[in-house]
Design a protein around this ligand. Structure first.
Ligand code: PLP
Length: 426
């Protein structure tokens, strides 16, 4: 396809209607797809032909949206999942099995922290949490012979720290493993991790990509750049015959689509987690305006962060768009057009002050959700991370007073006025 700019891909990517076909992406609300002969169907099951046969593996609505996201990220292929959690699980589980190990930044989203540190451990996959602030030698010491990948978030949730993608890609590649980056907060509008050496991108499409809190979803995108065959002993699942497909070898048969094909044909086949086509349709509507919304989120958040920094109630602000910020230089490198709408900040005083402030807000709502058209707020220590001890909060880089403010696309003066009145009542 002709190379298009991101704004055009947001609108046209993935679905190109032919003569007389619907202009808008149709919802293929069908579990199954018809064939004329038994032989045709058999060839699909043997992966000798491509085509739809059962929506647990693939569905045309889902695939159109996946293609759009792959194009936005500059990847060779993408797979939609029913949640961001499923996307992160599949991204790692596609190349890790019992007895393997991987490494992740400790600043990641609490749900992913639990998935990696608790649930995947039960499957026999061990995870080491590193502090991205450590020097290279400390980080490299975490690698083991059975390490299979390195994971981080472009902009961490909830801390809003910026991940040094190029640095971690270099370290991962030095040890023969891919870098997986969760690009949920930046979105491809503001950062394309593949351009910095990342190999696989994941998304919780529940967030900015949808943007209107209408569906829970996820996506895994492959750059197609990681040479699995060159590390054949490490990634046997991709480079040696798969008995469940009559001895087919993914890297030999599918080339740079090996990773995505394995994810669909093994993990989707055996575990499910596909999104409903209806949800993918809603996600696609969100994607059509992603480029416009991200601009407004960033412009509003910049104004709000500058205002917070000056307010006397505020103890600290973390937003990479602030020149005073620790992540400003990384932000300028990876996110030159703006990062996202999420700001982390703390108020002077106790945890109770944070709760009081949030309860005083008017249209800014207290919700678990984040990265949405509506401005919303959350106190991770009391909400999403309340199961963590003070030590675990500290290890995950979450200050007990941290408030996560997700700046929406309303009028910035109104957002600031709501924050101001809530501060004034304290
Ligand atoms: N990754 C990040 C960065 C997130 O913020 C979230 C959820 O907040 C997830 C993954 C999990 O996504 P979901 O809630 O869609 O399962």
């Amino acid at each position: 396809m002709e190379k298009r700019n991101l704004e055009t891909i947001c609108i046209h990517g993935g679905w190109k209607p032919k003569k007389g076909e619907p202009q808008q992406l149709p919802i293929y609300q069908s579990t199954t797809f018809k064939y004329d002969t038994s032989e045709q169907m058999a060839r699909l099951f043997d992966l000798e032909d491509s085509g739809y046969f059962y929506s647990r593996l693939a569905n045309p609505t889902n695939d159109a949206v996946a293609k759009k996201i792959a194009a936005l990220e500059g990847g060779v292929g993408a797979v939609l999942t029913s949640s961001g959690q499923a996307a992160n699980f599949y991204a790692v589980f596609n190349i890790c099995e019992a007895g393997d190990h991987f490494i992740t930044a400790n600043t990641i989203y609490g749900g992913t922290f639990n998935l990696f540190g608790v649930t995947m451990k039960k499957l026999g996959i061990d995870c080491t949490f590193i502090d991205p602030e450590w020097d290279d030698a400390q980080i490299e010491a975490a690698f083991r012979p059975n390490t299979k990948c390195f994971f981080g978030e472009t902009i961490s949730n909830p801390g809003a720290n910026v991940f040094d993608i190029e640095r971690f890609a270099r370290i991962a590649h030095k040890h023969g493993v891919p870098l997986i980056v969760d690009n949920t907060f930046a979105t491809p509008i503001n950062c394309r991790p593949f351009e910095w050496g990342c190999d696989i991108v994941t998304h919780s499409t529940t967030k900015y990509m949808d943007g209107h809190a209408t569906q829970v979803g996820g996506c895994v995108v492959d750059s197609g750049n990681f040479d699995w065959a060159a590390q054949g002993d490490k990634f046997k699942g991709l480079t040696t015959p798969d008995e469940s497909y009559h001895g087919l070898t993914y890297t030999k048969t599918f080339g740079n689509m090996a990773y995505c094909t394995k994810l669909v044909t093994q993990l989707m086949r055996d575990l499910g987690s596909i999104p409903a086509p209806q949800n993918s349709f809603l996600l696609n509507l969100g994607l059509e305006t992603l480029h416009l919304r991200m601009k407004q989120h960033c412009s509003n958040a910049q104004k709000v962060a500058e205002w917070l920094e000056k307010d006397s109630h505020v103890a600290w602000v973390n937003y990479s768009g602030l020149p005073s910020n620790k992540y400003y230089a990384l932000g300028q490198k990876y996110l030159p057009n703006g990062s996202c709408g999420v700001i982390a900040f703390g108020l002077k005083g106790s945890r109770e002050e944070a709760i009081k402030f949030m309860d005083n807000l008017d249209f800014i709502s207290i919700v678990t959700h984040v990265a949405d058209a509506r401005t919303c707020v959350l106190h991770p220590a009391s909400h999403t991370h309340r199961q963590l001890s003070e030590q675990q909060l500290h290890d995950a880089g979450i200050a007990p007073d941290l408030i996560r403010l997700s700046v929406g696309i309303e009028n910035s003066d109104d957002i600031i006025a709501d924050l101001q009145q809530a501060m004034d009542k304290m």
